[in-house]
Design a binder for this molecule. Structure first.
Ligand code: SAH
Length: 215
């Protein structure tokens, strides 16, 4: 694969940013990060014409690269700051992880599909994007690296994953689409200092399911 990012790609990304803005995301830092990540390099090159449409798209192993609007929405909801230690569940194509890295986050990402884990780890490293990739079950999180400032789940969780709440720092935020059916409720959870949680429902989205165990 030739890892090229041309003026044409950049122009297409500018248009994509306008589209995402129209849909209500105005967070400048998030929009800039999306502009900086060449999404076409995270998809098979035969699909270039789709790379900058605001749509999810199939990748390996029956999974999808998230829709850019969804990536922007989740990233904004996560309220990432420079140096934040972030756990992403569902590395998939690596696109969301790359956007988090562009925002200056210290990213740990976990994927249960071995082929995807291997392919994406290689891709991110060849692009010089600093993401720590792990092969494992996101329901279990990454205990040796916990606690995290932020946790982002990018697959539809049947319920709020308990173990992940434990791996969140006090004052930390987890964003997770919750729902066992085809539609999930984007949920933001703030872990308060007193150990209590503040939970907000942010709207309906569609994700591939979060599944137990590795594959
Ligand atoms: N963040 C990705 C989205 C990929 S789709 C991107 O930007 O492209 C969601 C991913 O979650 C899939 O790759 C799927 O294999 C993975 N997944 C599902 N259940 C999981 C689990 N329990 N642990 C880790 N990854 C999981």
């Amino acid at each position: 694969m030739v890892l090229q990012d041309t003026f044409r790609h950049q122009g297409l990304r500018k248009k994509l940013i306008e589209e995402i803005k129209k849909k209500g995301i105005t967070d400048r830092k998030v929009l800039d990060a999306i502009y900086e990540v060449p999404r076409h390099l995270f998809m098979d090159k035969a699909f270039l014409e789709y790379a900058y449409a605001d749509k999810a798209f199939p990748i390996e192993a029956g999974q999808t690269i998230s829709q850019p609007y969804t990536v922007a929405f989740q990233t904004h909801a996560l309220d990432v700051f420079k140096g934040a230690k972030v756990l992403e569940v569902g590395t998939g194509s690596g696109y969301q992880a790359a956007v988090l890295a562009k925002l200056g986050a210290w990213v740990f990402s976990i994927e249960r599909h071995k082929v995807l884990y291997e392919k994406t780890k290689k891709l991110l490293s060849s692009l010089g994007i600093d993401v720590n990739c792990f092969y494992g079950d996101g329901f279990k999180g990454l205990p040796p690296f916990a606690p995290f400032d932020r946790i982002l789940v990018t697959c539809g969780a049947p319920h709020i994953p308990e173990e992940l709440l434990k791996q969140l720092k006090p004052g930390g935020i987890m964003v997770v689409p919750v729902g066992a059916g085809v539609v999930q409720e984007m949920t933001s959870i703030l872990k308060k200092g007193d150990g209590d949680y503040e939970i907000h429902a942010l709207g309906k989205f569609r994700f591939v399911p979060m599944l137990e165990e590795k594959s």
